[in-house]
Design a protein around this ligand. Structure first.
Ligand code: LLP
Length: 439
Protein backbone atom coordinates (compact mmCIF):
# COMPACT_ATOMS: atom_id res chain seq x y z
CA UNK A 1 0.00 0.00 0.00
CA UNK A 2 1.40 3.39 -0.93
CA UNK A 3 1.66 6.08 1.76
CA UNK A 4 -0.58 9.08 1.39
CA UNK A 5 1.67 12.06 1.93
CA UNK A 6 -0.06 15.37 1.24
CA UNK A 7 1.33 17.33 -1.70
CA UNK A 8 2.89 20.70 -1.28
CA UNK A 9 1.50 23.48 -3.44
CA UNK A 10 4.64 23.48 -5.54
CA UNK A 11 4.55 19.75 -5.99
CA UNK A 12 0.93 19.81 -7.00
CA UNK A 13 1.54 22.46 -9.57
CA UNK A 14 4.65 20.79 -10.94
CA UNK A 15 2.77 17.56 -11.07
CA UNK A 16 0.07 19.11 -13.17
CA UNK A 17 2.39 20.87 -15.52
CA UNK A 18 4.95 18.12 -15.87
CA UNK A 19 2.81 15.05 -16.10
CA UNK A 20 -0.79 15.62 -16.98
CA UNK A 21 0.00 18.60 -19.07
CA UNK A 22 3.04 17.14 -20.75
CA UNK A 23 1.98 18.87 -23.90
CA UNK A 24 1.78 22.46 -22.76
CA UNK A 25 4.89 23.07 -24.88
CA UNK A 26 3.09 22.22 -28.04
CA UNK A 27 1.34 25.57 -27.86
CA UNK A 28 -2.01 23.79 -28.04
CA UNK A 29 -2.63 22.81 -24.47
CA UNK A 30 -5.93 21.04 -23.87
CA UNK A 31 -5.42 20.93 -20.15
CA UNK A 32 -4.05 24.03 -18.50
CA UNK A 33 -3.94 25.85 -15.23
CA UNK A 34 -4.94 29.48 -15.46
CA UNK A 35 -5.12 31.75 -12.45
CA UNK A 36 -5.01 28.65 -10.30
CA UNK A 37 -7.98 26.87 -11.83
CA UNK A 38 -8.00 23.86 -14.10
CA UNK A 39 -9.13 24.39 -17.67
CA UNK A 40 -10.10 21.66 -20.09
CA UNK A 41 -10.16 22.55 -23.78
CA UNK A 42 -10.03 26.19 -22.74
CA UNK A 43 -13.04 25.93 -20.45
CA UNK A 44 -13.24 25.89 -16.68
CA UNK A 45 -13.30 22.29 -15.46
CA UNK A 46 -16.41 23.08 -13.42
CA UNK A 47 -18.25 24.22 -16.57
CA UNK A 48 -17.33 20.99 -18.32
CA UNK A 49 -18.57 19.15 -15.24
CA UNK A 50 -21.80 21.13 -15.36
CA UNK A 51 -22.34 20.37 -19.06
CA UNK A 52 -21.79 16.62 -18.89
CA UNK A 53 -22.47 15.95 -15.21
CA UNK A 54 -20.19 14.21 -12.74
CA UNK A 55 -18.66 11.76 -12.21
CA UNK A 56 -17.07 12.24 -15.63
CA UNK A 57 -14.04 10.69 -17.30
CA UNK A 58 -12.15 13.16 -19.50
CA UNK A 59 -9.37 12.01 -21.85
CA UNK A 60 -6.79 13.94 -23.83
CA UNK A 61 -6.23 12.60 -27.33
CA UNK A 62 -2.87 14.33 -27.49
CA UNK A 63 -1.54 12.75 -24.31
CA UNK A 64 -2.84 9.36 -25.48
CA UNK A 65 -1.05 9.69 -28.82
CA UNK A 66 2.15 10.85 -27.12
CA UNK A 67 2.24 7.75 -24.91
CA UNK A 68 1.45 5.53 -27.90
CA UNK A 69 4.43 6.95 -29.79
CA UNK A 70 6.77 6.40 -26.84
CA UNK A 71 5.74 2.77 -26.76
CA UNK A 72 6.04 2.36 -30.53
CA UNK A 73 9.67 3.52 -30.19
CA UNK A 74 10.32 1.38 -27.12
CA UNK A 75 12.92 -0.90 -28.66
CA UNK A 76 15.22 -0.57 -31.61
CA UNK A 77 15.01 -4.28 -32.42
CA UNK A 78 12.89 -5.07 -35.47
CA UNK A 79 10.36 -6.37 -36.13
CA UNK A 80 8.59 -4.99 -33.07
CA UNK A 81 4.85 -4.69 -32.49
CA UNK A 82 3.17 -3.51 -29.29
CA UNK A 83 -0.19 -4.99 -28.42
CA UNK A 84 -2.35 -2.52 -26.49
CA UNK A 85 -3.81 -4.42 -23.56
CA UNK A 86 -7.36 -3.22 -23.81
CA UNK A 87 -8.48 -4.36 -20.37
CA UNK A 88 -7.12 -1.00 -19.24
CA UNK A 89 -9.73 0.89 -21.24
CA UNK A 90 -12.04 -0.42 -23.95
CA UNK A 91 -13.74 2.77 -25.02
CA UNK A 92 -14.05 2.24 -28.78
CA UNK A 93 -13.19 5.86 -29.64
CA UNK A 94 -9.91 5.46 -27.74
CA UNK A 95 -9.27 2.03 -29.29
CA UNK A 96 -9.55 3.63 -32.73
CA UNK A 97 -6.97 6.26 -31.82
CA UNK A 98 -4.61 3.61 -30.47
CA UNK A 99 -5.00 1.52 -33.63
CA UNK A 100 -4.33 4.58 -35.77
CA UNK A 101 -0.98 4.86 -33.97
CA UNK A 102 -0.02 1.48 -35.41
CA UNK A 103 -0.81 -0.77 -32.46
CA UNK A 104 -2.15 -4.28 -32.43
CA UNK A 105 -4.04 -5.38 -29.31
CA UNK A 106 -4.43 -8.16 -26.83
CA UNK A 107 -7.77 -9.39 -25.55
CA UNK A 108 -8.67 -11.33 -22.43
CA UNK A 109 -12.21 -12.35 -23.29
CA UNK A 110 -14.63 -12.77 -26.20
CA UNK A 111 -16.07 -9.40 -25.14
CA UNK A 112 -12.73 -7.69 -25.65
CA UNK A 113 -12.29 -9.44 -29.02
CA UNK A 114 -15.71 -8.14 -30.02
CA UNK A 115 -14.89 -4.58 -28.99
CA UNK A 116 -11.52 -4.64 -30.75
CA UNK A 117 -13.14 -5.90 -33.95
CA UNK A 118 -15.74 -3.15 -33.61
CA UNK A 119 -12.94 -0.59 -33.33
CA UNK A 120 -11.48 -1.82 -36.63
CA UNK A 121 -8.70 -4.14 -35.48
CA UNK A 122 -8.39 -7.00 -37.94
CA UNK A 123 -8.43 -10.54 -36.54
CA UNK A 124 -4.72 -10.98 -37.29
CA UNK A 125 -4.03 -7.88 -35.18
CA UNK A 126 -5.66 -9.39 -32.10
CA UNK A 127 -3.93 -11.65 -29.61
CA UNK A 128 -6.29 -13.56 -27.31
CA UNK A 129 -4.42 -14.19 -24.05
CA UNK A 130 -6.88 -16.72 -22.73
CA UNK A 131 -7.27 -17.75 -19.11
CA UNK A 132 -9.34 -20.80 -18.10
CA UNK A 133 -11.75 -20.65 -21.02
CA UNK A 134 -14.39 -23.24 -21.87
CA UNK A 135 -15.01 -24.85 -25.26
CA UNK A 136 -17.45 -22.15 -26.27
CA UNK A 137 -15.04 -19.28 -25.64
CA UNK A 138 -12.19 -21.16 -27.30
CA UNK A 139 -14.36 -21.86 -30.35
CA UNK A 140 -15.38 -18.18 -30.48
CA UNK A 141 -11.73 -17.15 -30.69
CA UNK A 142 -10.86 -19.87 -33.23
CA UNK A 143 -13.77 -18.82 -35.43
CA UNK A 144 -12.85 -15.14 -35.08
CA UNK A 145 -9.46 -15.99 -36.57
CA UNK A 146 -7.42 -14.27 -33.86
CA UNK A 147 -4.09 -15.58 -32.56
CA UNK A 148 -4.68 -17.56 -29.40
CA UNK A 149 -2.44 -18.10 -26.40
CA UNK A 150 -3.23 -20.83 -23.88
CA UNK A 151 -2.00 -20.65 -20.32
CA UNK A 152 -2.04 -24.16 -18.97
CA UNK A 153 -1.29 -27.64 -20.24
CA UNK A 154 -4.95 -28.55 -19.83
CA UNK A 155 -5.97 -25.59 -21.98
CA UNK A 156 -3.45 -26.60 -24.62
CA UNK A 157 -5.16 -30.00 -24.67
CA UNK A 158 -8.51 -28.27 -25.03
CA UNK A 159 -7.23 -26.17 -27.90
CA UNK A 160 -5.73 -29.25 -29.59
CA UNK A 161 -9.01 -31.14 -29.29
CA UNK A 162 -10.98 -28.24 -30.78
CA UNK A 163 -8.51 -27.24 -33.47
CA UNK A 164 -6.10 -30.08 -34.32
CA UNK A 165 -3.30 -29.02 -36.63
CA UNK A 166 -3.70 -25.41 -35.42
CA UNK A 167 -1.15 -22.70 -34.78
CA UNK A 168 -1.13 -21.52 -31.18
CA UNK A 169 0.96 -19.63 -28.63
CA UNK A 170 1.60 -20.62 -25.03
CA UNK A 171 1.88 -18.35 -22.03
CA UNK A 172 4.85 -19.11 -19.82
CA UNK A 173 5.12 -18.30 -16.13
CA UNK A 174 8.83 -17.48 -15.80
CA UNK A 175 8.76 -17.95 -12.01
CA UNK A 176 9.26 -14.26 -11.19
CA UNK A 177 6.78 -11.42 -10.89
CA UNK A 178 6.59 -7.69 -10.22
CA UNK A 179 3.91 -5.07 -9.63
CA UNK A 180 2.39 -2.42 -7.37
CA UNK A 181 0.28 -4.84 -5.30
CA UNK A 182 0.22 -8.58 -4.66
CA UNK A 183 -3.11 -8.76 -6.49
CA UNK A 184 -1.53 -7.68 -9.78
CA UNK A 185 1.66 -9.77 -9.69
CA UNK A 186 1.16 -12.47 -12.30
CA UNK A 187 4.44 -14.40 -12.32
CA UNK A 188 5.77 -16.85 -9.75
CA UNK A 189 4.52 -20.10 -8.22
CA UNK A 190 1.50 -18.44 -6.59
CA UNK A 191 0.18 -16.97 -9.81
CA UNK A 192 -2.71 -18.70 -11.59
CA UNK A 193 -1.31 -17.66 -14.97
CA UNK A 194 0.87 -19.42 -17.49
CA UNK A 195 2.58 -22.76 -17.80
CA UNK A 196 5.21 -22.86 -15.10
CA UNK A 197 8.66 -22.65 -16.65
CA UNK A 198 9.67 -26.02 -15.24
CA UNK A 199 6.74 -27.69 -17.06
CA UNK A 200 7.71 -26.55 -20.53
CA UNK A 201 8.78 -30.03 -21.72
CA UNK A 202 5.16 -31.27 -21.45
CA UNK A 203 4.11 -28.75 -24.08
CA UNK A 204 5.92 -30.68 -26.80
CA UNK A 205 4.14 -34.00 -26.28
CA UNK A 206 0.71 -32.34 -26.29
CA UNK A 207 1.59 -30.34 -29.39
CA UNK A 208 2.76 -33.50 -31.12
CA UNK A 209 -0.40 -35.41 -30.21
CA UNK A 210 -2.62 -32.76 -31.81
CA UNK A 211 -0.19 -31.77 -34.56
CA UNK A 212 -0.02 -28.19 -33.23
CA UNK A 213 2.59 -25.62 -34.17
CA UNK A 214 3.71 -23.43 -31.29
CA UNK A 215 4.14 -20.11 -33.06
CA UNK A 216 4.58 -17.80 -30.09
CA UNK A 217 5.56 -17.58 -26.45
CA UNK A 218 4.16 -14.90 -24.20
CA UNK A 219 4.30 -13.85 -20.58
CA UNK A 220 3.12 -11.05 -18.34
CA UNK A 221 4.77 -10.83 -14.94
CA UNK A 222 2.66 -8.09 -13.35
CA UNK A 223 1.49 -4.54 -13.48
CA UNK A 224 2.88 -1.08 -12.72
CA UNK A 225 6.58 -1.57 -12.18
CA UNK A 226 8.73 1.58 -12.15
CA UNK A 227 12.13 -0.03 -12.49
CA UNK A 228 12.75 -2.52 -15.27
CA UNK A 229 15.08 -4.88 -13.41
CA UNK A 230 12.70 -7.79 -12.89
CA UNK A 231 11.12 -7.28 -16.31
CA UNK A 232 14.51 -7.51 -17.99
CA UNK A 233 15.28 -10.65 -16.01
CA UNK A 234 12.00 -12.17 -17.16
CA UNK A 235 12.80 -11.23 -20.78
CA UNK A 236 16.04 -13.18 -20.51
CA UNK A 237 14.27 -16.15 -18.97
CA UNK A 238 11.63 -16.26 -21.66
CA UNK A 239 14.25 -16.02 -24.37
CA UNK A 240 16.23 -18.89 -22.94
CA UNK A 241 13.04 -21.00 -22.85
CA UNK A 242 12.27 -19.93 -26.42
CA UNK A 243 15.44 -21.55 -27.68
CA UNK A 244 13.68 -24.90 -27.26
CA UNK A 245 10.90 -23.95 -29.69
CA UNK A 246 11.77 -24.31 -33.35
CA UNK A 247 8.81 -22.64 -35.07
CA UNK A 248 8.33 -19.33 -33.28
CA UNK A 249 7.04 -16.34 -35.21
CA UNK A 250 6.90 -14.05 -32.19
CA UNK A 251 7.75 -13.63 -28.55
CA UNK A 252 5.71 -11.38 -26.27
CA UNK A 253 7.24 -10.11 -23.03
CA UNK A 254 4.00 -8.70 -21.59
CA UNK A 255 2.99 -5.33 -20.24
CA UNK A 256 3.26 -3.80 -16.80
CA UNK A 257 5.18 -0.60 -17.58
CA UNK A 258 4.28 1.69 -14.72
CA UNK A 259 3.43 5.36 -14.40
CA UNK A 260 4.29 7.59 -11.43
CA UNK A 261 0.92 8.01 -9.74
CA UNK A 262 2.66 9.81 -6.91
CA UNK A 263 4.39 13.04 -7.58
CA UNK A 264 7.60 11.92 -5.91
CA UNK A 265 7.84 8.63 -7.79
CA UNK A 266 10.54 8.52 -10.46
CA UNK A 267 9.30 7.91 -13.96
CA UNK A 268 10.12 4.52 -15.47
CA UNK A 269 13.12 4.89 -17.75
CA UNK A 270 11.61 3.36 -20.87
CA UNK A 271 14.54 4.29 -23.08
CA UNK A 272 17.11 2.47 -20.96
CA UNK A 273 14.93 -0.61 -20.57
CA UNK A 274 14.27 -0.61 -24.30
CA UNK A 275 17.99 -0.44 -25.08
CA UNK A 276 18.73 -3.29 -22.69
CA UNK A 277 16.03 -5.45 -24.24
CA UNK A 278 17.24 -4.67 -27.77
CA UNK A 279 20.75 -5.71 -26.87
CA UNK A 280 19.59 -8.99 -25.34
CA UNK A 281 17.29 -9.67 -28.28
CA UNK A 282 19.92 -9.04 -30.95
CA UNK A 283 22.28 -11.53 -29.32
CA UNK A 284 19.48 -14.05 -28.93
CA UNK A 285 18.48 -13.72 -32.57
CA UNK A 286 21.95 -14.74 -33.67
CA UNK A 287 21.74 -17.86 -31.53
CA UNK A 288 18.17 -18.68 -32.61
CA UNK A 289 19.03 -18.21 -36.26
CA UNK A 290 15.80 -16.42 -37.18
CA UNK A 291 14.47 -12.89 -36.66
CA UNK A 292 11.10 -13.22 -35.00
CA UNK A 293 8.70 -10.45 -34.00
CA UNK A 294 9.15 -9.01 -30.51
CA UNK A 295 5.98 -7.88 -28.78
CA UNK A 296 4.91 -6.25 -25.54
CA UNK A 297 1.45 -5.71 -24.03
CA UNK A 298 1.16 -2.39 -22.22
CA UNK A 299 -2.22 -1.16 -21.07
CA UNK A 300 -1.69 1.33 -18.28
CA UNK A 301 1.28 3.11 -19.81
CA UNK A 302 -0.74 3.87 -22.92
CA UNK A 303 -3.91 5.29 -21.37
CA UNK A 304 -3.53 6.07 -17.66
CA UNK A 305 -2.17 9.59 -17.89
CA UNK A 306 -4.47 10.65 -20.69
CA UNK A 307 -7.49 10.41 -18.38
CA UNK A 308 -8.79 12.26 -15.38
CA UNK A 309 -11.96 11.83 -13.41
CA UNK A 310 -14.06 14.83 -12.42
CA UNK A 311 -16.14 14.41 -9.27
CA UNK A 312 -18.21 16.85 -7.23
CA UNK A 313 -18.07 17.52 -3.50
CA UNK A 314 -21.60 17.03 -2.17
CA UNK A 315 -20.92 17.64 1.50
CA UNK A 316 -18.18 18.27 4.04
CA UNK A 317 -18.41 16.50 7.36
CA UNK A 318 -16.34 17.10 10.46
CA UNK A 319 -15.98 14.07 12.75
CA UNK A 320 -13.61 14.08 15.74
CA UNK A 321 -10.14 14.10 14.21
CA UNK A 322 -11.20 13.69 10.59
CA UNK A 323 -12.88 15.76 7.91
CA UNK A 324 -14.68 13.98 5.10
CA UNK A 325 -15.22 15.41 1.65
CA UNK A 326 -18.17 13.38 0.44
CA UNK A 327 -18.23 13.16 -3.35
CA UNK A 328 -19.95 11.32 -6.18
CA UNK A 329 -16.69 9.48 -6.90
CA UNK A 330 -17.53 6.15 -5.35
CA UNK A 331 -15.57 2.95 -5.87
CA UNK A 332 -18.16 1.93 -8.42
CA UNK A 333 -16.58 4.67 -10.56
CA UNK A 334 -12.89 4.24 -9.67
CA UNK A 335 -12.16 0.97 -7.88
CA UNK A 336 -8.37 1.17 -7.64
CA UNK A 337 -8.02 2.96 -4.27
CA UNK A 338 -10.52 0.61 -2.61
CA UNK A 339 -9.12 -2.51 -4.25
CA UNK A 340 -5.37 -1.98 -3.97
CA UNK A 341 -5.00 1.03 -1.69
CA UNK A 342 -3.82 2.71 -4.89
CA UNK A 343 -2.84 6.37 -4.80
CA UNK A 344 -4.24 8.96 -7.23
CA UNK A 345 -3.50 12.64 -6.99
CA UNK A 346 -6.64 14.67 -6.30
CA UNK A 347 -6.88 18.39 -7.02
CA UNK A 348 -9.48 21.03 -6.40
CA UNK A 349 -10.07 22.33 -9.92
CA UNK A 350 -11.03 25.76 -8.57
CA UNK A 351 -7.76 26.15 -6.74
CA UNK A 352 -5.22 23.73 -8.08
CA UNK A 353 -2.29 25.32 -6.30
CA UNK A 354 -3.91 25.55 -2.95
CA UNK A 355 -2.82 23.31 -0.13
CA UNK A 356 -3.85 25.37 2.87
CA UNK A 357 -6.68 24.25 5.06
CA UNK A 358 -7.51 21.05 6.91
CA UNK A 359 -6.48 17.76 5.36
CA UNK A 360 -9.54 15.85 4.21
CA UNK A 361 -10.46 12.28 3.47
CA UNK A 362 -12.08 12.19 0.06
CA UNK A 363 -14.79 9.56 -0.05
CA UNK A 364 -17.51 8.40 -2.41
CA UNK A 365 -21.22 7.82 -1.97
CA UNK A 366 -21.24 4.03 -1.85
CA UNK A 367 -22.67 2.15 1.09
CA UNK A 368 -19.37 0.75 2.36
CA UNK A 369 -16.85 2.25 4.77
CA UNK A 370 -13.96 1.37 2.49
CA UNK A 371 -15.27 3.77 -0.14
CA UNK A 372 -12.30 6.13 0.20
CA UNK A 373 -10.54 7.78 -2.73
CA UNK A 374 -7.75 9.40 -0.80
CA UNK A 375 -6.82 10.19 2.79
CA UNK A 376 -5.24 13.22 4.30
CA UNK A 377 -5.43 15.40 1.20
CA UNK A 378 -4.91 19.12 1.35
CA UNK A 379 -7.46 20.70 -0.94
CA UNK A 380 -7.36 24.37 -0.24
CA UNK A 381 -10.50 26.23 0.74
CA UNK A 382 -12.61 23.21 -0.09
CA UNK A 383 -16.33 23.95 -0.38
CA UNK A 384 -19.48 22.09 -1.15
CA UNK A 385 -20.00 22.09 -4.92
CA UNK A 386 -16.29 22.11 -5.75
CA UNK A 387 -15.25 19.90 -8.63
CA UNK A 388 -12.23 17.70 -7.95
CA UNK A 389 -9.96 16.14 -10.55
CA UNK A 390 -8.62 12.65 -9.86
CA UNK A 391 -5.52 12.27 -11.99
CA UNK A 392 -4.16 9.32 -13.98
CA UNK A 393 -7.57 7.71 -14.15
CA UNK A 394 -7.45 6.62 -17.80
CA UNK A 395 -6.43 3.03 -17.10
CA UNK A 396 -8.50 0.59 -15.05
CA UNK A 397 -10.93 3.42 -14.32
CA UNK A 398 -14.04 3.09 -16.42
CA UNK A 399 -13.11 -0.48 -17.39
CA UNK A 400 -13.42 -1.54 -13.74
CA UNK A 401 -16.48 0.57 -12.97
CA UNK A 402 -19.75 -1.05 -12.02
CA UNK A 403 -23.39 -0.40 -11.21
CA UNK A 404 -22.92 -1.32 -7.54
CA UNK A 405 -25.57 0.28 -5.34
CA UNK A 406 -27.46 0.63 -8.63
CA UNK A 407 -25.45 3.72 -9.44
CA UNK A 408 -25.13 4.84 -13.01
CA UNK A 409 -21.75 4.48 -14.66
CA UNK A 410 -20.28 7.80 -15.77
CA UNK A 411 -20.04 9.45 -19.16
CA UNK A 412 -16.73 9.76 -20.98
CA UNK A 413 -15.50 12.79 -22.91
CA UNK A 414 -12.55 13.15 -25.25
CA UNK A 415 -10.61 16.36 -25.73
CA UNK A 416 -9.66 16.00 -29.38
CA UNK A 417 -6.40 17.20 -30.86
CA UNK A 418 -8.33 20.12 -32.28
CA UNK A 419 -9.32 21.07 -28.75
CA UNK A 420 -12.98 20.03 -29.02
CA UNK A 421 -14.85 18.20 -26.30
CA UNK A 422 -16.47 15.09 -27.76
CA UNK A 423 -18.82 12.83 -25.82
CA UNK A 424 -17.58 9.25 -26.35
CA UNK A 425 -19.88 7.46 -23.94
CA UNK A 426 -23.19 8.52 -22.49
CA UNK A 427 -23.86 8.20 -18.81
CA UNK A 428 -25.93 5.14 -17.94
CA UNK A 429 -29.67 5.75 -17.72
CA UNK A 430 -31.95 4.45 -15.00
CA UNK A 431 -33.58 2.10 -17.55
CA UNK A 432 -30.18 0.48 -18.10
CA UNK A 433 -30.48 -0.95 -14.62
CA UNK A 434 -33.36 -3.06 -15.90
CA UNK A 435 -31.45 -4.36 -18.90
CA UNK A 436 -31.87 -8.16 -19.13
CA UNK A 437 -33.89 -8.32 -15.94
CA UNK A 438 -36.96 -10.53 -16.23
CA UNK A 439 -39.70 -9.50 -13.88
N1 LLP B 1 -1.08 -8.54 -20.53
C1 LLP B 1 -1.69 -9.34 -19.65
C2 LLP B 1 -1.76 -10.76 -19.92
C3 LLP B 1 -2.29 -8.79 -18.51
O1 LLP B 1 -2.90 -9.59 -17.64
C4 LLP B 1 -2.22 -7.40 -18.28
C5 LLP B 1 -2.83 -6.80 -17.09
C6 LLP B 1 -1.57 -6.60 -19.23
C7 LLP B 1 -0.98 -7.20 -20.34
C8 LLP B 1 -1.47 -5.10 -19.12
O2 LLP B 1 -0.84 -4.69 -17.96
P1 LLP B 1 -0.48 -3.13 -17.76
O3 LLP B 1 0.51 -2.73 -18.84
O4 LLP B 1 -1.73 -2.36 -17.88
O5 LLP B 1 0.10 -3.06 -16.41
N2 LLP B 1 -6.50 -3.46 -12.30
C9 LLP B 1 -5.10 -3.35 -11.93
C10 LLP B 1 -4.19 -3.84 -13.00
C11 LLP B 1 -4.48 -5.25 -13.41
C12 LLP B 1 -3.67 -5.69 -14.57
C13 LLP B 1 -4.15 -6.99 -15.08
N3 LLP B 1 -3.43 -7.48 -16.20
C14 LLP B 1 -4.82 -1.90 -11.55
O6 LLP B 1 -5.71 -1.06 -11.64
O7 LLP B 1 -3.71 -1.57 -11.11
Amino acid sequence: MQPTTPLSADDAHRHLLNRLKTLVDTGKPEITVEKGSLKLAGREARDVAAQFGTPLYVYSERILRTRCREIKNFIGYEPFMPNYSCKANTNVALLKIIRSEGFHADAMSPGEIFLLLTAGFRPEEIFFVSNYVDDEEMRFAIRAGVTISVDSLAQLERYGRLNPGGRVAVRINPGIGDGHHEKVITGGAHSKFGIFHTDVEHIFSIAKRYNLTITGLNQHIGSNYLTGTVYLESVKRLLSIAENFADLDFIDFGGGMGIPYKNDAARLNLATLGEQITEVLEKWTTRYGKRITAKIEPGRYVVAESGLLLITVHALKQNPGITFAGTDGGFNVLARPMMYGAYHEILNTREVDGTAGTPVTVCGNICESGDILGENRRLSDLREGDVLAVLDAGAYGFSMSSNYNSRLRPAEVLITEEGQLRLIRERDRLEDLLLHQIY
